[in-house]
Design a protein around this ligand. Structure first.
Ligand code: ARG
Length: 478
């Protein structure tokens, strides 16, 4: 069943002579043009607020009835009507009307059709300005909870892979130049930490947004004896907002949420970039699952990392959403301006984008195959264990680190001239540079000793990484 007519509009359509704009009442003589309707209407996207709009309205009506502002009877009928509307929406039987602008007007108008005059009492001591601020806070609060679950699942995926690779050696890069060998587990746990900070940002954002603007009215509060604490508590907020003007004009919570999503997208994009590099033929560190790759319509041999490329690309979109909000808000005088209706699409779009990206990235990571031998081989290039030789000279021969650095630099130069690795230099060649060097130095030059010697807290040694996996499980997954 779809609703054809709408009671707010039916008067003017029934009576041709009466062209009054019946949404805005007696003040208006003309109806909006089609273009104005298209510009003004937000129902196509803000219908996503329906659940929160209805819960906030139910709570508001309960408060009005409790305070004797409306009769108990009207309170009951409003609540029953709102519940019926919720059901209509959830079963796909609600006819949205663009003419009614947004979700708030659509719900209220349907309520009037269902319960008659009492519907007009629901809007006592309330404006769409505090209503939309309340609904959107509720929506974002729920989105933050869902985001936390997604981030946690993604952390779990990465921790599980890290646990299998606590000893898998790979090159660690700075400036994308081989710097020191590290373990793959250590590398992946770096992302677990980033996601951990994202989750803590998410909980900070939730704390700050969890104040209830309902009751601020259009801008200045109301003379009705409302109970803002009651509505705030019933909607799960910690307290009512303290300033009515701030309540209707604040969109910090939206900006914070989008900042969080933009940071998450940056993290996802960096991991994507690594996967793209690792799967390229010069690296060949990983084999991507076919499910998350695509072929080329022309080149039969190709397997392209499209999932990773798209996730990297979509970060531009999410960061763009954050900037659109910042730019939209920066010049607005207090309090509400209709510009602020533009806050919703970037939020919905960014949330959907990040959700999809996390699910894809997590799925891809679970099935990625690491070419351990190639990674190990790559780790040995570029004299990546030189630091161990310098540390050994410092520790064993008691030289200042700067001097050890200089000595090893000379050894690297000779190795480079000979086109060999550091540990392929003859002992005599080393002693020509520093006579005190002994054969013991060769032991510290292997990848395994280099990696396992980095056992300071937070270092890449396999034993550390094993422990770090356990700690991460406890900290993030328990
Ligand atoms: N659809 C509007 C929005 O999202 C609701 C608030 C409208 N308030 C107003 N005074 N026109 O911002």
């Amino acid at each position: 069943m779809t609703r054809k007519k709408n009671s707010f509009l039916s008067k003017s359509t029934k009576n041709k002579k009466d062209t009054r704009n019946v949404i805005w009442g007696g003040r208006f003589d003309q109806n909006p043009t089609k273009a104005m309707l298209n510009l003004n209407s937000s129902i196509d996207f803000d219908k996503r607020l329906y659940k929160h709009d209805i819960s906030a309205s139910i709570v508001h009506s309960e408060m009005l009835a409790k305070k004797g502002i409306i009769s108990k009877k009207d309170g009951r009928s409003i609540k029953k009507g709102l519940k019926a509307i919720l059901k209509e929406i959830e079963t796909g039987n609600f006819g949205y009307s663009q003419r009614l602008e947004d979700i708030h007007m659509n719900v209220e108008s349907r309520l009037k059709e269902l319960i008659g005059e009492a519907a007009g009492r629901l809007h006592i001591a309330r404006s769409r300005n505090d209503q939309v601020a309340t609904d959107f806070r509720l929506w974002i609060r729920e989105a933050l909870e869902n985001m936390d679950i997604l981030l946690r699942d993604f952390q779990e995926t990465l921790i599980s892979i890290a646990e299998k690779h606590t000893e898998t050696i790979m090159p660690g890069y700075t400036h994308l130049q081989n710097a020191q060998p590290v373990t793959l587990g250590h590398h992946l746990l770096a992302y677990v930490e980033m996601l951990g900070r994202d989750r803590s940002r998410s909980s900070d954002c939730r704390k700050r947004l969890n104040e209830c603007p309902l009751g601020a009215g259009a801008i200045a509060g109301t003379g009705f004896p409302i109970d803002r604490k009651m509505t705030s508590t019933a909607l799960g907020f910690t307290s009512p907002t303290k300033n009515s003007m701030d309540s209707v004009s604040d969109r910090d919570f939206v900006i914070e949420f989008l900042s969080l999503l933009a940071i998450i997208s940056t993290h996802l994009s960096r991991l994507s970039e690594e996967i793209i590099l690792w799967s390229s033929s010069p690296f060949n560190f990983v084999q991507l699952p076919e499910k998350y790759s695509t072929g080329s319509s022309m080149l039969p041999q190709k397997r392209n990392p499209d999932a990773a490329e798209l996730i990297r690309g979509k970060s531009g979109r999410v960061i763009g959403c954050l900037s659109s909000l910042l730019v939209m808000m920066k010049g607005l005088p207090l309090t509400y301006s209709k510009d602020m209706q533009e806050d919703k699409e970037p939020v919905f779009d960014s949330f959907d984008t990040i959700e999809l990206c996390i699910v894809c990235m997590s799925g891809m990571m679970r099935e990625i195959r690491f070419n351990k031998d190639i990674m190990r081989e790559a780790a040995s290039l570029g004299h990546s264990t030189a630091i161990s030789a310098a540390d050994w000279i410092t520790q064993t021969l008691g030289k200042p680190f700067r001097e050890s650095h200089f000595i090893v630099g000379q050894l690297v130069k000779i190795a480079e001239q000979q086109g060999c690795a550091l540990d392929q230099l003859e002992l005599e060649q080393m002693q020509d540079i520093e006579p005190a060097i002994t054969a013991e130095v060769y032991q510290v030059l292997t990848l395994e000793t280099t990696v396992s010697s980095k056992n300071s807290f937070g270092g890449t040694a396999p034993n550390n990484v094993k422990l770090a996996c356990k700690t991460a499980r406890k900290q993030y997954l328990d």
